[in-house]
Design a protein around this ligand. Structure first.
Ligand code: HEC
Ligand code: HEC
Ligand code: HEC
Ligand code: HEC
Ligand code: HEC
Ligand code: HEC
Ligand code: HEC
Ligand code: HEC
Ligand code: HEC
Ligand code: HEC
Length: 339
């Protein structure tokens, strides 16, 4: 595991960064957490005690005003904010050192905004209309949260599609039990954009995501990975083995398509077939086993269940009535995946 991590981290630096991504390159002010920030480790984020105002690119001349100035006008927002993980930590830090940034650690120095609150861009606003470029928004959060799961945020499909941290997180209020997600659960947060995927989980066969036992982030890292589909592991099969460890084998007799990819036969987000299958048995098997011999010579009217000479290969559980070990067999006489 450690080895895999090291490979991932070093490969992150080699990964090509798309041209449009360079526009969002994160340049942290040198004074910020110089002592504690680690470029790409798995350390906890630097504590709130180190917090300084974020950099508002639109107003480099702005000065910090302190949270009492903000809360004088934003009492309602402050009430909602008070219960969140950030607020609790920041209040402790502020009590110890009155110079610690709180609101301004995310929103940037407030003097320009306090003097003219309606001027767009006067404060770092975490919306797509607020006048703050998305790159500046994410830079504010990444000042404390770079590295670890967000090692490859830059260049990831979500970053390239101009998502901001605040498309999924709302730190101003406790909407979710954990993770400060913008909706009550991870899956509903993703479903604000990926409705089609969420709907597939309503199909007859699905893993227990609507039931709350697993979530999108058990398999995906929304902050970016080195593969196209944001999988947390290098391959599809590794993802499945996290929970279905018995399918990893090793087997005395392998079934080639299982080793290649579980998705040869399964639909991960939901299916109306039995056991998340992409097609019903025997058609599923016959997509590949179509040579002339036992597997194939049976799709005739006569051999159907109500035909003249019903064939057991089409009845009951079809092929898997006999070839029950479709994922691989460890039985000395199991080369045909019977046992
Ligand atoms: C004098 C009152 C006042 C003070 C002081 C003030 N704000 Fe505001 N703020 C406002 C008003 C009014 C708006 C709404 C502006 C609008 O709708 O155009 C606003 C809007 C905002 C927004 C949303 C901006 C957007 O475009 O969506 C943020 C974020 C914000 N304030 C943060 C802060 C922070 C942080 C501080 C302290 C550094 C602060 N404000 C101090 C009055 C104030
Ligand atoms: C951890 C970073 C962070 C801190 C600290 C923080 N904010 Fe925010 N704030 C955000 C984000 C992100 C949003 C956008 C939320 C959304 O998606 O609507 C936001 C939105 C706002 C808005 C716009 C209205 C709203 O509620 O969406 C105001 C006003 C605001 N913050 C004021 C404050 C004040 C005042 C403080 C300090 C008491 C504060 N913020 C502390 C990140 C932060
Ligand atoms: C000043 C540093 C700092 C900034 C800036 C900051 N955070 Fe945090 N954040 C922290 C720390 C420290 C924690 C850990 C709190 C804990 O574990 O109790 C944290 C926790 C979190 C968590 C996890 C909360 C949980 O309940 O598990 C999320 C999500 C998060 N931050 C998102 C953001 C986003 C989005 C922004 C930008 C809008 C942001 N943070 C800005 C320091 C910061
Ligand atoms: C596409 C949605 C999405 C985007 C965009 C996103 N996050 Fe997250 N983030 C999540 C989800 C989902 C979790 C997991 C929450 C949970 O486990 O409850 C999470 C967890 C976190 C956590 C806590 C656990 C950890 O990974 O350390 C932090 C901190 C965090 N995100 C920061 C950020 C920052 C900073 C950005 C912007 C650069 C960002 N996120 C962008 C969806 C997103
Ligand atoms: C604000 C909208 C938005 C939210 C919220 C969002 N995504 Fe995305 N996501 C996108 C966009 C846009 C793309 C790129 C376009 C596409 O291929 O659909 C994308 C792409 C992806 C991809 C890669 C698709 C591919 O074809 O390679 C995955 C996987 C994904 N998102 C997972 C998630 C997960 C998991 C969450 C929740 C933690 C989430 N997304 C939340 C907008 C969003
Ligand atoms: C059990 C693991 C798992 C869970 C849970 C999961 N996914 Fe996936 N997801 C995958 C795999 C595997 C792929 C296909 C990867 C490939 O083809 O390389 C995928 C592909 C995707 C894609 C891109 C391809 C497509 O079908 O459009 C998106 C977008 C996506 N997932 C979003 C989500 C969202 C949103 C959730 C939560 C509602 C979710 N996933 C839950 C494993 C999972
Ligand atoms: C986070 C854990 C997790 C991961 C990762 C995971 N699964 Fe599952 N899977 C489950 C759970 C939980 C069930 C339900 C088991 C039960 O009901 O006994 C399940 C059930 C299934 C079923 C049976 C569905 C049915 O209707 O009988 C199939 C098939 C399946 N998973 C395939 C996959 C594949 C393929 C992957 C990889 C893309 C995968 N799983 C990854 C947790 C996971
Ligand atoms: C050649 C097609 C095929 C491939 C490839 C395949 N499966 Fe299956 N899988 C099936 C069939 C058929 C069933 C239904 C078996 C039954 O009903 O007895 C099934 C059932 C399952 C089940 C539920 C019953 C059980 O055995 O626990 C899980 C979980 C599962 N598969 C996981 C996986 C995983 C993980 C992979 C990848 C390592 C994978 N499958 C690859 C055909 C396949
Ligand atoms: C994606 C293609 C694919 C699918 C779908 C598929 N198989 Fe296979 N199967 C193969 C390949 C490739 C081999 C290895 C053939 C070889 O070694 O000559 C194989 C081998 C076998 C063997 C061992 C045959 C031998 O000669 O040793 C059996 C039995 C078998 N499959 C049954 C099934 C059954 C039952 C299903 C449906 C549940 C199924 N297969 C679905 C591709 C597939
Ligand atoms: C009634 C039990 C039974 C059913 C149902 C059945 N098979 Fe078989 N199958 C066997 C036996 C027994 C063998 C071994 C024959 C041998 O070793 O010569 C075999 C051999 C095979 C082989 C290896 C063929 C070869 O040329 O050596 C494949 C592939 C296969 N079956 C696929 C299928 C598929 C696909 C289905 C469903 C359409 C299916 N089987 C249904 C009993 C069955």
């Amino acid at each position: 595991m450690l080895l895999a991590t090291a490979v991932l981290v070093s490969a992150a630096w080699l990964a090509p960064v798309k041209a449009d991504a360079s526009a969002q390159a994160v340049k942290l002010p040198e004074t910020r957490f110089a002592s504690t920030v680690s470029g790409h480790g798995f350390d906890a984020p630097p504590g709130f005690a180190d917090a300084v105002p974020a950099r508002n690119q639109a107003h480099p001349e702005a000065k910090a005003v302190g949270e009492q100035v903000c809360t004088a006008c934003h009492a309602k927002e402050n009430d909602n904010f008070a219960h969140t993980a950030h607020a609790l930590g920041m209040q402790v830090a502020l009590a110890a050192n009155p110079a610690t940034a709180t609101c301004e650690a995310c929103h940037g120095p407030g003097s320009v905004h306090a003097a003219n609150p309606t001027a767009k861009g006067s404060i770092i606003a975490f919306t797509h209309e607020g006048g703050t470029p998305v790159a500046n928004q994410t830079e504010s959060c990444l000042g404390c949260h770079s590295g670890g799961p967000r090692d490859v945020w830059l260049g990831s499909i979500h970053q390239r599609n101009d998502l901001s941290c605040s498309d999924c997180h709302n730190p101003m209020q406790k909407f979710s039990a954990e993770g400060l997600t913008a909706k009550q659960s991870v899956s509903e947060t993703c479903a604000t954009c990926h409705k089609d995927i969420r709907q597939q989980f309503n199909r007859r066969s699905h893993m227990p995501l609507p039931e709350g036992q697993i979530s999108c982030v058990d398999c995906h890292n929304p902050h970016g990975t080195l593969n196209a589909t944001l999988l947390k592991t290098d391959t599809v099969n590794e993802t499945c083995y996290q929970c279905h460890a018995e399918k990893r084998g090793p087997f005395l007799f392998e079934h080639a398509p299982v080793r290649e990819s579980c998705l040869n036969c399964h639909q991960v987000h939901g299916s109306n077939q039995h056991a998340l299958l992409v097609a019903p048995v025997p058609m599923l098997c016959q997509q590949c086993h179509s040579h002339t011999r036992h597997p194939n010579d049976l799709q005739t009217e006569l051999s159907l269940g109500n035909g003249m000479t019903p064939d057991e290969r089409l009845m009951g559980r079809g092929c898997i009535t006999c070839h029950a070990q479709v994922h691989g067999s460890n039985h000395p006489s199991g080369p045909r995946l019977h046992k």
